[in-house]
Write a protein of this length. Structure first.
Length: 134
């Protein structure tokens, strides 16, 4: 696939998580509100920890040696935070400033984000591994 498209995908992933991660510190209460009540961890601390992870991952995807592992970590992370988006979609009355349509579209965006993370952090050409044994 075209290298420019891969770079565009990486830029999107970087912006999504870089900006999102910074926003965890700029407006933490907005993120605290979306933590489902069944999550057994303190919400504010969780928001800060995930913010740090998002910012670090946004930087790490630009290091070729770390890109694949970072992509896997971001993929797993995105799956782990998807319940917050489901919670918001199922409880729109708790988020009156966001339309129900936007809450539901966010779930579709999650799927597209997962696809973009997976695709953009993979090598264009699969690498053949050779064993040390002859």
């Amino acid at each position: 696939m075209n290298t420019r498209w891969k770079i565009a995908g990486l830029l999107f992933v970087c912006a999504w998580f870089g900006i999102g991660g910074v926003m965890h510190f700029v407006q933490p209460q907005g993120f605290v509100r979306v933590v489902p009540p069944y999550v057994p961890l303190p919400a504010l601390e969780l928001v800060y920890v995930t913010g740090v992870f998002e910012v670090l991952a946004a930087v790490a995807i630009w290091v070729p040696a770390w890109r694949r592992a970072t992509g896997i970590a971001l993929f797993i992370f995105t799956i782990c935070v998807t319940p917050a988006n489901i919670y918001m979609s199922m409880n729109p009355q708790l988020f009156p400033n966001i339309s129900e349509t936007a809450l539901n579209v966010r779930l579709v965006i999650q799927v597209l984000l997962l696809a973009c993370i997976w695709w953009s952090t993979r090598d264009s050409q699969p690498q053949l591994r050779t064993s040390g044994a002859g």
